[in-house]
Design a protein around this ligand. Structure first.
Ligand code: ROI
Length: 159
């Protein structure tokens, strides 16, 4: 069994519904249990500002799926929910990113774990800290230390 943390994000086609549907589908994946989900946070876009605000959350899964099997399953959910990506760094119906998978460090063409930019993104660190305040990254960095720089965040909880 592995513990994986997944970032969810959407800013098109009723984002809250996109996230709720994705969470339900993840909870029903084979060999997988949804252990926790964060609140939903409304966040300003990282990237071009002429796009709607995002809704972001983080989920914790216990799974026996291998990392690339989990990636396949998440990409299938993105596609089933009619994934639209209009431009690079632009609006999208649903993003599901693997942030962490146990203490695994991997870099391949399809998948980099830990997520390469998670430590810079308040819409990742704040919900991750909400569900896993004692977590540390594979390099030993504590989530609680990363949360310090975002604790004055302005994101509204929207569920
Ligand atoms: N910005 C926010 N606030 N939330 C996201 O999930 C998100 N996802 C993206 C980019 C375009 C980088 N910006 C984002 O992929």
């Amino acid at each position: 069994m592995a513990i994986a943390y997944i970032a969810l994000g959407s800013n098109l086609n009723t984002p809250v519904e996109q996230l709720n549907t994705a969470l339900q589908t993840m909870a029903n994946l084979p060999h997988t249990t949804l252990l926790a989900q964060s609140s939903f946070y409304q966040s300003k876009p990282l990237g071009p500002q002429d796009q709607p605000d995002y809704v972001n959350a983080v989920a914790c899964l216990e799974t026996t799926l291998a990392p690339l099997e989990l990636l396949d399953a998440l990409q299938k959910i993105e596609n089933e929910q009619g994934r639209v990506r209009l431009r690079r760094w632009g609006e999208r119906t649903l993003d599901l990113d693997i942030l962490l998978y146990d203490n695994l460090v991997m870099q391949s063409e399809r998948l980099t774990i830990p997520h390469y930019d998670m430590h810079n993104r308040e819409f990742v660190i704040v919900p991750l800290f909400e569900i896993a305040p004692d977590l540390a990254l594979p390099n030993g960095q504590k989530i609680s230390d990363q949360y310090e720089k975002f604790k004055k965040h302005q994101m509204n909880v929207c569920n």
